[in-house]
Design a protein around this ligand. Structure first.
Ligand code: SAH
Ligand code: SF4
Length: 343
């Protein structure tokens, strides 16, 4: 809940407004989920709240640790559905992490290369469940590392399971809660939302006046191929998607990123690079290349390092601002697109 909602909730219970602020601090700054442990509340109120209200922070059921320090947590929601989140250590020595969170259980988009897309769609997550992934993961990580750094998780990327724009309202609400300076306090510039190209959501986001980074999963620069990879393209083909991106750029003056997974023999030859250069050069966008993480049961292949380098150079010589995303957590199936919702 936003701080205002908590204050109003306490008033509706006949209590003082400031109690809402106290509780907010316990939940969002300290990750406390039991009213009994909120030591600055009077005993009668702790009891009253325990009987009338509930705080739910998802429980970490399982975790795996990769050789590169990436951790994957399996979290259980109230209705026993499960979602995965991934903690990725940042480069450098500051020992801080980026958290990759999910917005849906499964995903209805059904991209042909993605493990989540293959596992079907179960339901949208509510804002408290999205934020709960942060609180549950932070608590567990602090415990594991015996590190109470309040900023242990300093960045959040909406790149776990699900299509954020298909759960728009709850995603936006979760951003406001994560960003609240009196609560979790993640800077908006440290938040990235990735979409498979849901143009109407991009247009809505343009009007929110948020400083978050928008990342668009491009993966192909012609409609035939993009239709096969991302079924969302049939509803919002490239021309329509690019109109939404133009609108976003005009409204926000912010740079966008394009993610491009590299699939061997599918989308990384010279002609693909030329099309991308034509399409994106006028935009001053960042292009993030992601060598495909292979998924069991799917036939797409990761290209060789030579082919990856060649495609990278085509693009950068063509004047695009390109980066290559290093694979993290591949050994524990925590890399992009390897998340599933095991039941
Ligand atoms: N649904 C959103 C966000 C989650 S997916 C989206 O599609 O953008 C996050 C990123 O991982 C997307 O760019 C997605 O295309 C990419 N991805 C999915 N499966 C992948 C895989 N097996 N290997 C590499 N990247 C993958
Ligand atoms: Fe959903 Fe994104 Fe996976 Fe496509 S790539 S199925 S949109 S999670």
């Amino acid at each position: 809940m936003k701080i205002l909602e908590l204050e109003n909730y306490l008033v509706s219970l006949g209590e003082a407004k400031f109690r809402g602020r106290q509780i907010h601090k316990w939940i969002y700054q300290k990750g406390i989920s039991s009213f009994y442990n909120m030591s600055d509340l009077p005993a009668y109120l702790r009891q009253k709240l325990s009987q009338s209200s509930q705080i739910s922070i998802p429980r970490v059921l399982k975790q795996r640790l990769s050789m590169d320090g990436t951790r994957k947590f399996l979290l259980e929601l109230e209705d026993k559905k499960r979602v995965e989140t991934v903690l990725i250590p940042q480069a450098g020595q500051n020992k801080r992490y980026s958290l990759c969170i999910s917005t849906q259980v499964g995903c209805p988009v059904g991209c042909s290369f993605c493990a989540t897309g293959q596992s079907g769609f179960q339901r949208n997550l509510q804002a408290h469940e999205i934020v709960g992934q942060f609180l549950g993961s932070k608590k567990e990580l602090q415990k594991r590392l015996k590190n109470t750094d309040d900023k242990l998780i300093s960045h959040v990327v909406y790149m776990g399971m699900g299509e954020p724009m298909l759960n728009y309202d709850e995603v936006i609400k979760s951003i406001y809660i994560l960003n609240d300076p009196k609560g979790i306090n993640i800077g908006q510039r440290h938040i990235t939302i990735s979409t498979s190209g849901e143009a109407s959501g991009i247009e809505k986001l343009a009007s929110e006046n948020l400083q978050v980074t928008l990342a668009i999963s491009l993966h192909a620069c012609n409609n035939n191929l993009r239709d096969q990879l991302i079924p969302m393209n049939r509803k919002y083909p490239l021309k329509r998607l690019m109109q939404a991106v133009e609108f976003y750029l005009e409204q926000t003056n912010r740079r966008v990123s394009f993610e491009y997974i590299m699939l061997d023999e599918v989308n990384i030859d010279r002609a693909d690079a030329d099309k991308m250069i034509n399409m994106l050069k006028p935009m001053l966008a960042n292009i993030n290349l992601i060598p495909y993480n292979e998924v069991e049961g799917l036939s797409y292949k990761k290209p060789s390092p030579q082919k990856v380098a060649q495609f990278f150079h085509y693009l950068s010589n063509g004047g695009l601002n390109v980066t290559l995303r290093e694979e993290r957590g591949g050994d524990i199936e925590a890399a992009c697109g390897q998340l599933r919702s095991p039941s």
